[in-house]
Ligand binder design. Structure first.
Ligand SMILES: Cc1cc2nc3c(=O)[nH]c(=O)nc-3n(C[C@H](O)[C@H](O)[C@H](O)COP(=O)(O)OP(=O)(O)OC[C@H]3O[C@@H](n4cnc5c(N)ncnc54)[C@H](O)[C@@H]3O)c2cc1C
Length: 649
């Protein structure tokens, strides 16, 4: 294995990277000469900024779009700081005294152009110098060498293969941190096996369901987020920790599959399990048949399409009984995910009603059914009360101390005997670790999570690790377990990667220890509640903080730009209410019985809910990519209580 500095990057590559940064920075800096900066100063500035950039972001060839966006975006604050403030001061006099609007426009354009030129130069240089290490590919089918035990010096491929199963928050973070730590070391191969080719940013899922964001805005392709990791789009069918093998099968839902992954296996030196969790209907099979789950892009698209469909049908529907069921939405679960979804859908429906003149706002009902005596038990009493009041003011109703007990076609039964007529039941009330992990080969806790030590290893199987929603993640002080949130999954993944590095390089492993700064939840348009660093605040300011935080956390500069543009567009234009063509709900071959034209136009004296077939389950290929504890609103008998606490990034 190659030696290297602390980050695992060889000093040769370090020098080459700095050179690339300096040269492309110098070239870009020459563009600045003559605008707000003198030519020589422009070049010197470019060299300094270029080397600073490569040191901070360590670009390798292959992620051009991200770097173009990032450098162009960074050039704006750099222009304000250097071009508009420091340079004029050095030249004696304030720039703004004499500058015209036209000059400002041209000057900003030159700086942004220089940013784009810099990124293109930098990545061309990286490609020229082959700064992106190539993964060895000896197996033509999945592009992996047959075993991890070969010697790279003898031309036999890497000697250590780290396989990550699951490309969600925890899996992606593990891969990124491993890339940083091992650098281009050819002796170490990093493989990410995921049944989806992108990471879904679930905190913004409600915004997709409510028409504020485009679905692909919040799904970042794994291949653009990683530089040297070998991404395999497949599903992990089972794990054999004794033989250090994972067995693969075709990924579900990714379009046409030909079984080419079935029966294949990958040998590993280390396996990181990060396959997440899935919806727990708590044994309510009828609810599972009838309810929409809310964890995947497909879920958000299907829900939005369905709600628009209900509005279209209600607009033409004369029968009050049918109208009632079309215009009522029931959300099971008043935790963060349920509350955020309720707030977003409620605003969406009431906003678009202006286009449905035959629907009276009074007819719309959005109800949260929650087992506790107040929603969002994770928040303090005062903030949760504020959130509930805000939502009630906007028309959301609450059924507290109540549970969904069953469902039939178009009808929901509550445990207090109430029957609610509705075409739309959304389940956000429970999660359980991925069922693949029920496999007896991997030790699990009583609630089904991989039983991990505080350093995230699995004691019984050297080389096996787990992190995120599928892992138990005990607190090192023996006081229970960390909650299942993206925030904790990401922090734990960093520690896990460092522990693998320590294991390989002979260092000491450390336990995962983390204290969350607090919680943030959005309860409607321009209203959020926050509890951060012990301070509570709410309203518009909290909402702006919420948006800023999530924009920062969203992976990929291109995604950040798209989301920002959508949010700015939404300030001026109405929300998107066109149905998304191609989703499950609109697929002619797999119609949602609730959405059929017959029902839409038939005025039946009987509740439509009593007859008709049950909602078709989502085809296997589109099954949800699992829920999280953010959905849990009720104490689950089989899980420790603190597994349900959910905090924010
Ligand atoms: C609507 C919603 C809102 C949320 N909001 C927040 C929030 O604001 N803040 C917060 O901290 N948390 C939030 N969460 C929780 C957070 O999303 C989860 O805790 C987080 O996704 C867990 O990360 P993970 O990597 O363990 O699992 P996941 O992100 O679920 O990733 C698992 C990955 O594994 C893949 N996979 C599954 N099975 C297989 C298999 N057999 N083979 C290969 N790949 C597989 C999946 O496709 C997926 O990519 C929210 C969750 C939801 C659903």
């Amino acid at each position: 294995m190659s030696g290297g500095n602390g980050s695992g990057v060889s000093s040769g590559e370090e020098t080459q990277l700095l050179l690339v940064g300096a040269v492309s920075g110098g070239l870009a800096g020459a563009l600045l000469g003559g605008s707000s900066v003198p030519t020589v100063a422009g070049i010197a500035l470019g060299v300094a900024l270029g080397t600073g950039y490569v040191t901070a972001f360590r670009p390798h060839a292959g992620s051009l779009v991200d770097h173009v966006f990032r450098t162009t975006a960074l050039s704006v604050p750099a222009w304000i700081l250097l071009g508009l403030t420091i340079a004029p001061l050095v030249q004696g006099g304030l720039m703004l005294e004499s500058i015209t609007a036209q000059q400002v426009f041209v000057d900003a354009g030159i700086w942004m152009g220089a940013g784009a030129v810099f990124s293109v130069g930098m990545l061309s240089g990286a490609r020229l110098l082959e700064l992106r290490p190539e993964s060895p590919t000896t197996d033509p089918a999945i592009g992996l060498p047959p075993t991890p035990d070969s010697d790279p010096a003898a031309g036999g491929g890497p000697s250590t293969r780290i396989v990550i199963a699951g490309g969600g928050f925890a899996g992606l973070e593990t891969a990124q941190r491993l890339e940083e730590l091992f650098g281009p070391d050819p002796g170490v191969e990093i493989v990410l096996v995921s049944d989806s080719n992108s990471i879904l940013f679930k905190p913004l899922l409600a915004e997709v369901a409510a028409g504020s964001l485009d679905p692909t805005d919040i799904a970042t392709p794994l291949r653009t987020a990683l530089t040297r990791t070998h991404v395999v789009n497949a599903s992990v069918a089972s794990i054999d920790p004794e033989a250090r093998l994972i067995h693969l099968e075709d990924p579900p839902g990714a379009g046409d599959t030909d079984g080419s992954m079935d029966g294949r296996s990958i040998q590993y030196s280390h396996l990181v399990c990060s396959v997440g969790a899935e919806t727990d209907y708590k044994g309510l099979d009828d609810v599972e048949q009838e309810a929409f789950s809310f964890t995947t892009i497909d879920d958000a698209i299907a829900l939005r399409n369905h709600i628009i469909n209900c509005l279209e049908r209600a607009e033409q529907e004369p029968d009050p009984t049918v109208r009632e069921s079309l215009l009522r939405v029931v959300i099971a679960g008043g935790g963060f995910a349920g509350a955020e979804l309720a707030g977003a859908l409620n605003d969406f429906i009431r906003d678009v009603l202006v286009h449905y003149p035959n629907i009276d706002e009074e007819e719309v009902e959005l109800t949260i059914v929650h087992s506790g005596d107040r929603i969002m038990p994770e928040l303090s009493d005062s903030l949760a009360e504020y959130a509930q009041q805000q939502m009630a003011d906007r028309g959301v109703t609450f059924k507290l101390d109540t549970r969904v007990a069953g469902a039939s076609r178009g009808q929901v039964s509550l445990n207090d005997g109430t029957e609610l007529r509705t075409e739309t039941l959304v389940w956000t009330a429970g999660v359980k670790p991925h069922p693949m992990l029920g496999d007896e080969a991997v030790p699990t806790t009583e609630w089904g999570a991989v039983d991990t030590e505080s350093d995230l290893s699995v004691a019984a199987h050297p080389g096996l690790w787990a992190v995120g929603d599928c892992a138990s993640m005990p607190r090192p002080d023996e006081e229970g377990y960390y909650p299942n949130t993206a925030e904790h999954g990401i922090r734990a993944a960093k520690v896990l990667a460092e522990n693998i590095y320590a294991e390989e390089r002979g260092g000491r492993r450390k336990p995962f220890q983390y204290t969350s700064p607090g919680s943030l939840v959005v309860v409607g348009y321009q209203t959020a509640c926050a509890e951060l660093f012990g301070y509570k605040f709410s309203g518009l300011f909290a909402w702006l903080v919420w948006r800023a935080v999530y924009l920062m956390k969203l992976p990929g500069m291109d995604r950040k730009h798209r989301v920002l543009i959508d949010w700015i567009t939404e300030l001026v234009f109405p929300r998107e209410m066109a149905q998304t063509i191609g989703g499950d709900v609109l697929d002619a071959d797999t119609p949602d019985p609730r959405s059929t034209a017959d029902e839409a136009t038939t005025a039946s004296p009987e509740p439509a809910v009593q007859s008709g077939p049950s909602r078709q389950p989502i085809p296997a290929g589109d099954q949800p990519t699992k829920l999280t504890d953010r959905h849990t609103d009720e104490p689950a008998a089989d899980r420790p209580d603190n597994q349900r606490v959910r905090q924010h990034e």
